[in-house]
Write a protein that binds this ligand. Structure first.
Ligand SMILES: N[C@@H](CCC(=O)N[C@@H](CS)C(=O)NCC(=O)O)C(=O)O
Length: 201
């Protein structure tokens, strides 16, 4: 399998899942500004929308969308317990978290990274993020991770998108549970491995 990535982007989430689940993947760096790979080839031919992550599963299937790529990788080693089995109630809860992180948190950060975003749009995103982060903070009361005491795939995604907070002057300190969560996830060996492999640690 090959994961198309940019250091620290949302592709870090499936990368963490691969490291945590001991699923071997090759990493292919993408120049997102030019939509090119290191060999000069056109990234649009891999990912039609030109964004990361994309996963070449090696079976002729190329998947995009972080929330789906994450699940595909986790399902390669079910024993690692990063995604509950399909059909179980907990699978839907994990998918609910993935969808929430994708649409309510990941997308809200987009406004800060696109050049030319009007100040009012940024302010609206900031206010929405504050509401959604309060909800996640509350959800983490009395539990180490989103799904309970065990680290699962949604935690990798949440950690990844919240690691962008420092780039947009969003202070996580008032969210005590989230701050604890970030420290705890950052200290995991699989997470450290992914960060090292992306040149971030
Ligand atoms: N809908 C996609 C969005 C992925 C996305 O926003 N990727 C960003 C990096 S975090 C990217 O590649 N941006 C460059 C671009 O869109 O041109 C997903 O959920 O995976």
């Amino acid at each position: 399998m090959k994961l198309y990535y940019k250091p620290g982007a949302c592709s870090l989430a499936p990368h963490i899942v691969a490291c945590e689940a001991n699923v071997p993947i090759g990493l292919v760096s993408v120049n997102l500004a030019e939509k090119k790979l290191d060999d000069g080839s056109d990234y649009f031919s891999i990912s039609p929308n030109g964004y990361v992550p994309a996963l070449d599963t090696g079976t002729g299937l190329v998947l995009t969308e972080a929330s789906v790529v994450i699940q595909y990788i986790a399902d390669q080693n079910p024993g690692a317990g990063l995604m509950p089995k399909a059909g179980e109630e907990s699978r839907y809860r994990a998918q609910q978290w993935l969808a929430f992180i994708s649409t309510e948190i990941h997308k809200s950060f987009g406004a800060f990274f696109k050049s030319g975003t009007p100040a009012e749009t940024k302010q609206m995103s900031r206010e929405l993020l504050a509401k959604r982060l309060s909800f996640v903070d509350k959800s983490l009361t009395g539990r180490s991770y989103l799904m309970g005491e065990n680290f699962t795939a949604p935690d990798a995604y949440l950690f990844t998108v919240l690691s962008w907070a420092k780039h947009v002057q969003l202070d996580l300190a008032p969210y005590e549970n989230l701050s604890r969560f970030m420290r705890s996830v950052a200290s995991r060996p699989g997470v450290q491995q992914a960060l090292r492999e992306e040149g971030l640690a």
